[in-house]
Ligand binder design. Structure first.
Ligand code: ASP
Ligand code: MG
Length: 404
């Protein structure tokens, strides 16, 4: 007998038929003699719809009230799923985040889990109940409802798996696992049998939507094996685990992120410390800066280019336009129409020429690279958003088309 945590995303519980499908997966695991704890997201696009409802009334709603609103989507899905499981004749209890002991920081909208007290879940398991927990939500130390940030129910699931020392954490979704590229757009994308935490973390940070990156961080820290699998097709998924036990591939995926904006500050006088002055202003506003490029000095001037998350573009412009007014000759420009295309793979640590192969593919497709950044296991390029899909396709082909 094992203790299994299963997580189902919004697309897996979008309507009554799908809820019964999920209820069948859950009760099968229960019938096999396992203790089963389920974490579920809001149905379909419910969270987006709730946000729209609020926006119709007040575009500047407080984050606290937005959390009260957004958390309600998961309350609906735990109840409906439990009602379906009752109908199938199995013992079940639903729990809201706070009832399941999920305590968080009080940063509404992006709260961090601080502690999980699994006492109530364990009590319900002792009573042989299937336990259905609302993902994405918790309780702050002030007894306020919080949410963990979009896509946060993956994090709830992994957190609960850690707190319960679960034997397995299964993340059920609408694709069959982790692919070398988004299988909905890249026909010859290959499903991976396994992938390391580090590679998965890079891929999810760089735009692969299959797992929330915080959930991967927690899984890595506590060495919880994750399985990503489909709630619609019964085939083995992808295992996310320690590097030593994964299949060895040169690169494990190509990811695309459109949520990127490029900032250029040109014409600053040639002096030291610009990077410090600019980036400390941004960090004071909690704005993360990504790919950075600083030009050589030309005509006694310097330019600096970098990218930020597009969600933070307005804040970035606000901070920097004020600053640039105080720096004579400087000029601030931004461009939302850029994307980041990245390759990720532990194999590039030991193989030369991986980046070159990526650049060659982009060159052959006539795609202009605006910026480049690298880490030990990834290479990212910034390209025009209109080139991004073609860039993914051509780079994926370069690495994954076998010539037989
Ligand atoms: N329902 C939440 C969202 O849409 C949480 C999740 O799906 O994981 O972001
Ligand atoms: Mg999700």
């Amino acid at each position: 007998m094992s203790l299994i945590v299963q997580k189902f995303g919004g697309s897996s519980v979008a309507n009554a038929k799908m809820i019964f499908n999920v209820a069948n997966i859950i009760t099968r695991a229960y019938q096999e003699g396992n203790d089963v704890v389920v974490v579920v997201s809001a149905q379909g696009d419910m969270t987006d719809e709730l946000i729209e409802k609020a926006n119709e009334i007040n575009l500047n709603a407080s984050k606290r009230e937005m959390d009260v609103l957004m958390a309600s989507g998961e309350q609906i899905s735990i109840a409906l799923l439990s009602i379906a499981i009752e109908k199938l004749g199995f013992p079940v209890t639903s729990l809201l985040g706070w009832q399941a002991g999920v305590m968080t920081s009080s940063t509404y909208g992006s709260a961090m889990i601080t502690r999980i007290d699994p006492g109530r879940i364990k009590k319900e398991l002792d009573k042989k109940n299937i336990v259905i927990v609302a993902g994405f939500q918790g309780l702050s130390q002030y007894y306020d409802v919080t949410t963990l940030g979009r896509g946060g129910s993956d994090t709830s699931a992994v957190g609960i798996a850690v707190a319960l020392s679960a034997d397995l954490c299964q993340i059920y979704t609408d694709v069959e696992g982790v692919y070398t590229a988004d299988p909905r757009f890249i026909e010859n994308a290959i499903k991976l049998e396994s992938i390391s935490y580090d590679e998965m973390l890079e891929l999810s940070t760089l735009g692969a939507k299959v797992l929330n990156n915080r959930s991967v961080e927690i899984a890595k820290k506590h060495n919880v094996e994750l399985e990503v699998l489909s709630s619609f097709v019964e085939v083995p998924g992808t295992i996310v685990r320690e590097a030593a036990n994964v299949e060895k591939m040169l690169i494990s995926g190509v990811a695309k992120d459109n949520n990127v904006a490029k900032i250029s500050i040109t014409g600053m006088p040639d002096a030291q410390g610009w990077a410090f002055r600019i980036f400390s202003k941004l960090s004071a506003r909690d704005i993360n800066v990504d790919t950075i490029l600083q030009s050589a000095v030309h005509d006694d001037k310097r330019d600096i280019f970098f990218t930020v998350n597009e969600d933070r573009l307005n804040d970035t412009i606000e901070v920097l336009s004020k600053y640039c007014e105080s720096v004579e000759g400087s000029n601030l420009i931004y461009d939302k129409n850029v994307s980041k295309v990245s390759i990720v793979g532990a194999g590039m640590q030991t193989h030369a020429g991986v980046a070159a192969k990526m650049f060659e593919a982009l060159f052959a497709a006539n795609i202009d690279i605006q910026m480049i950044s690298t880490s030990e296991i990834k290479v990212s390029v910034i390209v025009a958003q209109s080139d991004a899909d073609e860039a993914v396709r051509t780079v994926h082909n370069a690495f994954f088309t076998t010539v037989d």
